[in-house]
Write a protein that binds this ligand. Structure first.
Ligand SMILES: [Zn+2]
Ligand SMILES: [Zn+2]
Ligand SMILES: [Zn+2]
Length: 775
């Protein structure tokens, strides 16, 4: 009964018609109904507009055919900035006109259509920022000032349709002033569900670390002053808590670094302005645009020569995560201080999701912080900051979360089945693939325990409900013991969904293929660990992926290397380095010399040397991450991995000023890229060449070796495209070196643009395999 997209014409353009129009996309919470009201009135239409329970908007338009045509034109051409229209479905109705004027109706609970979603949380708009600063404005200094064009959405909405009573704003009834603006079609806050003012809205307050209130007339600026003086604060924001501290004083940072989980992990900073960022970092035009965008992600910027923040902010790295303020509260923190930036890091205890509730914050953060800056609005759904990096002019998602989720990634084709992907284990997300839309959840994190499993399940369920999806299948990893695999099995059983297991690196490559709509790809998938087909540890793979099959072919890989001590070897890369070198030389003197870098010193070194003599029973890995780790250990760049990716990240930083002084030619033995000779060459030249040159040369060897091998396989298989995915694709050096090799060979080189490059993109890849090719 509905016509998809715009109708060319109606029965008669002059006579009076009644047309029902359903709009799907991101159309609730973005000022869409007021917009519809305005264009309906300006085109002389009567009828109504209302939100629906399926996140869409329903319009009844009564008027001449010509007026309705003009209205539909305005609908697509003049839509509000945050709105996304996916489909406009029209149906001509019989019967007489019933409406004398155009009205915004109460929302209907009706949920028939699927695929619409509510908008992400976005940053304060310029108009609200100006009002925040205007002493004559009733919302002067109001920390949570918002309008239809800005503010929180995703993290306050409990259920649809998007009305105030379905959000955590329902506890704050509007005062007469706010209500007047809310009811005024000409006002920017017409039907803005987050509208509030100092009189009626959420309140902000300071407490001690024990939760005892500290009376202060200006708690936000007092918090800024405390930060500047060296106190550590937990600051509640839109999607969770930040732990905040001075970015120039060592003392609070040393205190934060005491926790064994944060010994070296880089902290992101919030800068007061773009100009302030330029005092310590290089900021390109692309990076500026990204930093100042509505999404306000954390962008990894290269430190500049004048870097003057504490070295404890991002130790031994060439870059630093920077974001601009995104709420009134954040802007106000900087008002009475001179600090260019504050450390603002997600408050999540180890292996736990970001803290979102006040009581939970007191319990888990009380030992870490000196004060809390609370507000009294509940957070319905947690959402961490997004993290991006710019390679050349291309944006790379390291974490796609606040400002982006749950907006869908639009695909060029429609999937056969609706599939929920549950991802892998680390840096995880969930994904709902529905038609040509992929809804990737906010960052969930490492799913290893009950809390994160519950968060993953909630995030997936919330997305299924929001998009009104009817799921056919659930996709997960091949690993039999992952928490996500068990969860997928439980869900499949409980709902009668098909269960699809997808190999980790195949998921990476499938994600790349579908994001770019290519039928065939030679995919290079490099990361730390993925469960291989026979239970082997994979992580440096060259796969052939095609659209004609739900399967893949493993064409080549890095040389398997011994992982002695399993997780211990991952934590202390000296172990891997020793095991690799041991294949060629007597490592005893070097290992004993460096024994202090092992947790149990000489005893451990001797035990390791003994284990190296045994030939059977050793677990091996083809991981690219482990090779970078081993190089980092040989060069003394990093001996302990205290956070994921640490040795490899520090190696990239060490390589930034280097050149390929080693000039080692990659060796391939029967589809296996030799990594032993790389490590040996690094080892033998460690006193002859600089650390920077050796670090750079190691990147060249791996990137050129893998890319040349992929090009060779592409030519053998008649493929025109080579792609690079996996956690190692965050590394700008590897990406640019591979791109040069592939493009020089006349082939197309693809990397992710909209999907996270690391394991945050695995849920999408799994859903792609299930939804397009799986069953
Ligand atoms: Zn605004
Ligand atoms: Zn008010
Ligand atoms: Zn991976």
């Amino acid at each position: 009964m509905y016509k998809r997209n715009l109708p060319c014409s109606f029965r008669s353009e002059g006579s009076s018609l009644r047309v029902r129009i359903n709009v799907t996309g991101i159309v609730q919470g973005v000022g869409f109904r007021p917009f519809i009201y305005r264009i309906a009135v300006s085109n002389g239409l009567a009828g109504y507009v209302r939100n629906r329970g399926d996140a869409g908007v329903e319009i009844l338009a009564e008027g001449t055919g010509q007026a309705i045509q003009n209205f539909l034109k305005d609908l697509t051409e003049k839509k509000p900035p945050l709105a996304q229209i996916h489909d406009i479905l029209t149906a001509e109705l019989a019967g007489k006109n019933e409406h004398a004027k155009f009205t915004i109706y109460r929302s209907s609970e009706e949920a028939v259509l699927s695929g619409s979603v509510i908008p992400p949380d976005v940053a304060i708009c310029n108009e609200c920022l100006a009002e925040l600063r205007d002493p004559k404005d009733p919302r002067y200094d109001y920390f949570f000032i918002t309008c239809t064009n800005c503010g929180t959405r995703f993290t306050i909405i409990e259920r649809l349709p998007y009305d105030r009573e379905n959000t955590t704003m329902r506890e704050f009834p509007m005062c007469s002033f706010c209500k007047k603006e809310y009811d005024d079609p000409l006002n920017r806050r017409f039907h803005a569900e987050t509208v509030a003012c100092p009189k009626c809205g959420p309140q902000v307050y300071l407490t001690t670390r024990n939760g005892e209130p500290l009376a202060h007339s200006d708690p936000v600026r007092e918090a800024g002053r405390l930060l500047s003086e060296g106190a550590i604060l937990a600051v509640k924001g839109y999607g969770g808590f930040h732990v905040a501290a001075s970015a120039v004083k060592d003392k609070p940072l040393l205190a934060l670094r005491k926790s064994k989980y944060r010994r070296a992990k880089p902290f992101a900073v919030m800068v007061r302005s773009l100009e302030a960022a330029e005092t310590f970092a290089e900021v390109t035009a692309t990076e500026k645009a990204l930093l100042a965008s509505y999404a306000r992600p954390i962008v990894l910027l290269n430190k500049n020569r004048h870097f003057n923040l504490s070295p404890l902010v991002a130790p031994d790295l060439h870059n630093i995560g920077v974001m601009l303020p995104y709420t009134g509260l954040h802007y106000m923190l900087f008002d009475r201080v001179d600090d260019a930036a504050f450390v603002m890091t997600s408050a999540n205890p180890p292996n736990q999701p970001i803290v979102k509730d006040n009581a939970e914050a007191l319990k888990t953060l009380g030992d870490t912080v000196d004060y809390f800056l609370f507000h009294n609005r509940k957070i319905a759904y947690r959402c961490d900051d997004s993290v991006t990096r710019v390679h050349g002019n291309r944006n790379v998602f390291i974490r796609r979360s606040r400002g982006y989720a749950p907006a869908p990634i639009m695909l060029k084709e429609k999937a056969k089945h609706c599939v929920v992907g549950l991802g892998g284990e680390l840096n995880n997300t969930a994904c709902i693939l529905l038609g040509n839309k992929a809804f990737i959840s906010q960052h969930v994190g490492d799913v290893e325990n009950l809390e994160t499993k519950t968060f993953l399940q909630q995030a997936a369920n919330h997305l299924i409900r929001l998009t009104n999806s009817s799921v056919d299948a659930v996709a997960c990893d091949l690993h039999p013991k992952f928490t996500t695999t068990t969860l997928a099995q439980e869900l499949a059983e409980a709902h009668g969904w098909q269960l699809i297991q997808v190999q980790h690196h195949h998921a990476h490559i499938a994600a790349l293929m579908m994001e770019h709509a290519v039928d065939e790809i030679i995919g290079i998938a490099c990361d730390g660990y993925g469960y291989g087909v026979n239970g082997e540890a994979w992580g440096g793979e060259i796969l052939l992926g095609t659209r004609s099959s739900a399967d893949f072919t493993r064409l080549a890989h890095l040389e398997p290397q011994p992982l002695i001590g399993g997780d211990m070897a991952t934590r202390y890369p000296l172990r891997i380095a020793a095991a690799i070198l041991n294949k060629k030389i007597d490592v005893a003197p070097w290992l004993l010399q460096n024994a202090a870098h092992l947790p149990h010193g000489e005893t451990e070194a001797k035990l390791l040397l003994h284990q190296l003599k045994q030939t059977s029973g050793t677990v091996e890995t083809t991981s690219c991450g482990r090779i970078l780790d081993a190089v980092a250990a040989v060069l003394g760049v990093c001996y302990e991995r205290t956070y994921e990716g640490e040795p490899a990240m520090k190696l990239e930083s060490a390589a930034i000023t280097g050149i390929d002084a080693l000039k080692l030619k990659p060796t391939v033995n029967g589809n296996v890229l030799d990594t032993t000779q790389l490590l040996l060459a690094i080892f033998e030249n460690r006193d002859k060449l600089s650390k920077a040159d050796l670090a750079y040369s190691a990147h060249v060897y791996l990137a050129k070796g893998l890319a040349s091998l992929a090009v060779e396989k592409a030519l053998e298989n008649g493929a025109k495209t080579v792609g690079f995915s996996g956690g190692a694709a965050c590394n700008e050096l590897l990406v640019s070196l591979m791109r040069r090799t592939v493009e020089t060979a006349g082939l197309r080189f693809l990397v992710h643009e909209a999907v996270p490059v690391g394991d945050g993109g695995v849920s999408f890849g799994q859903a792609v395999v299930g939804g397009f090719w799986g069953f």
